[in-house]
Structure formats: C-alpha cells, structure tokens
Design a protein around this ligand. Structure first.
Ligand code: PMP
Length: 344
C-alpha cells in the first residue's frame, strides 16, 4: 500500500485560516481583552492573498480565465504580490502597472514573483494616457482573456472577506467578539468581515481606522467628499483620496483617524513587546485601539479583535529603519507611546 503523504497540493492551500493571538503586554493598559488576527500568516504574507485567489477563481468559474490568460492590476503593494503568487501557481501572466514612486525593492520583488511590471510616471493625472490607471485599462482592453482586478471597485473584494475572514473570526471567538477594529483602504477587509459578523450579531461594533490625509472618515460622517481632507501622508494601504465602492460604509459604525508618526512607533512597539513583526498598518490599528480606549469605547467584558494586515519585512527601509524615522521627524513627537529611538 502507498504511504500517505501529508502535503498541501499547492501553496494556495495555505491561504486563510490565519491565527488569532492574544495581545498581552502591549494591551495591558487598555480596558478589555484584545486579540490580533495575524494576516501575515498567509503564504503571500498579507490579507490580500484572500482577494487574489477569490477574484481569480471567480473569473475561472465564469470561464473568463484559462491557462495562459492575463491578470492585470495597478498596485505595487500587497495585492500585486498576492496576484503574482496566485498567477504563478495557476499558470497566468500577471501584469502590474505601478507608479514610478514605487521603491526599486518592491518592483524587484514583484518581478521575482514572475510579474511583468510597467513603471508609469507618477506626476501625471489619473486620466493621462501614461498614468498607471490608463495603462492598465488599455492593456486589459487589448489583451484577450484578461481580467482587470480593480480592487477599489470590485464587490468580490468584500465577498472574499465575507466568505473567509468573517467566519474565521466568528468561530475563533466562539461568537463572543464584541468589537472589530480594522484598517480601511479599499474597505474590502472591514466591509466583508462586518457584513458577516453583523448577520450573526448586529451588536458587534465595527470600528474603521483611517489616516489623516484621507477622506474616508469624513465621507462616512457626512456623505460628502471634502477635498480639504486630502493631503499627502506616509502610511501605505490605509485611507484613500477617493471613495471606493469596495467599502460598505453602512456596515461600519465609526471611523477613527491616526497619524503617521504614532502608527510607526506603535508598529515598532508591537514587535518589541509581543514578538510579532508586523507592518505599518498594524501599528495604525494598534494606535486606534489606544485612542478608542481613551474615548471609552471598551469595557472590562469587551472582546476586541484587531486585524494586523501584513508582515514587518516589507517595511525594513521605512518603519524599522532609524534613519527613515529620523528623516520623518518621528523621534521628535511628543507624547508618542515609544518616543525613544530603538538601538540595535
Ligand atoms: N494594510 C495594508 C498593509 C494594506 O495593503 C491594505 C490594503 N490596501 C490594508 C491595510 C487595508 O485593507 P483593505 O484594502 O481591505 O481595506
């Protein structure tokens, strides 16, 4: 008889079912119980693996994609990496149109994962034919059997989290979750989880994290796009300068805004106190917990789940670089949780 081998059929089998881990030291000053959902345990090291595999498999079901077809998207971030990974395993071409602002490191990483990367000028408007939006659209129109992922405006982004992340959290907390805290970029993560959790228990509080410089919180409160809210900021993947349809604003109870500096310090503090090497937006989400705690959002009985979207290794030349922190002026912040420089 053949011996059984306990192996997964491909790396894609490892997407999802990420661990929920209690936050001990860092959350000690807060009221309630705090648990982090570690999305860096996905094989592509971020929550974006979930949407990449879901959107691609939906297109396969609809017969749009066949081996040799092409996946197109406009991102140098986590979504690009996840799409490149899924494309390799499934035998698709992956084309990513990225802005010339993207770091050479990121572009090398995507090319290492087999993606064709078009670097488009950053300083042109979105409707300029040279912009990465227009280049991606044109490539999509010109390429047979291609799909344009368009994560900010794709309902399947929400569905991926409704079908996986939401149920996982409900089961991992045995239905005892009282609050969800998640960063809002495309909004897919928070909206998908929110829809699922609210169906199970409408009293679960859904708290979104937004950046200063982004329009989401104000839009949620007023229903209007306020141009004064939009200005440059450092955190990548959090907040936006447009209103994504992948955000279900009705499913979110409130937003809280966080600063670049405090979020960066908080990411470093998570690494130092919990041994979890997390990305910049995990720091943003943790910073939001402190602000929400100060505002009396939690009680002793609260079971709060916070999403940590990705891994710290992608931020070595940013949040985890003393030089970068110094150049941003982040060591000069008064009252930051960890204002001191970390010596290595
Ligand atoms: N954190 C990071 C690092 C991200 O890349 C993203 C995605 N843009 C988010 C948080 C926010 O997730 P979502 O797009 O699902 O709102």
């Amino acid at each position: 008889m053949k011996k059984q081998i306990n192996a997964h059929s491909s790396i894609l089998d490892l997407i999802g079912n990420t661990p929920l881990v209690k936050l001990n030291t860092i959350a000690a000053p807060l009221t309630g119980n705090f648990y982090a959902k570690l999305e860096s345990f996905n094989p592509g090291h971020s929550s974006k693996d979930r949407i990449a595999v879901h959107i691609i498999e939906e297109a396969e079901r609809k017969g749009i994609l066949k081996p040799g077809s092409t996946i197109i998207e406009t991102t140098s971030g986590n979504t690009g990496f996840s799409l490149a990974m899924v494309s390799i395993v499934k035998g698709y071409d992956c084309i990513l149109a990225v802005s010339s602002k993207s770091s050479p490191d990121k572009i090398d990483m995507l090319r290492s994962m087999g993606a064709k990367v078009y670097v488009c000028p950053a300083h042109v408007s979105a409707d300029d034919p040279r912009s990465y939006y227009e280049v991606a659209k044109r490539l999509h129109q010109e390429t047979e059997n291609s799909i344009y992922i368009n994560q900010y405006f794709n309902e399947l982004n929400i569905e991926a989290h409704y079908q996986t992340t939401g149920p996982e959290i409900w089961e991992q907390t045995n239905g005892n979750i009282t609050h969800l805290v998640a960063c809002s970029g495309t909004g897919g993560t928070i909206s998908g989880i929110a829809r699922y959790l609210k169906e199970q228990n409408p009293n679960v509080r859904i708290l979104g994290v937004d950046a200063y410089g982004s329009v989401l919180k104000k839009y949620h409160e007023t229903g209007e796009f306020d141009h004064n809210e939009v200005y440059p900021y450092r955190i990548e993947g959090l907040g936006k300068n447009l209103i994504p349809t992948a955000t279900d604003f009705n499913s979110i109870d409130r937003y809280v805004k966080v600063t670049d500096g405090e979020s960066a310090h908080m990411a470093r503090k998570i690494a130092h106190t919990e041994g979890m090497f997390v990305g910049y937006t995990s720091g943003a989400a943790m910073q939001a917990l402190f602000q929400l705690n100060t505002e009396g959002e939690f009680t002793e009985d609260s079971n709060v789940v916070v999403i940590f979207p990705d891994h710290g290794s992608r931020y070595m030349s940013k949040v985890y670089s003393n030089e970068w922190m110094e150049n941003q002026g982040f060591f000069d912040i008064q009252n930051a949780e960890v204002p001191e420089k970390i010596e290595y």
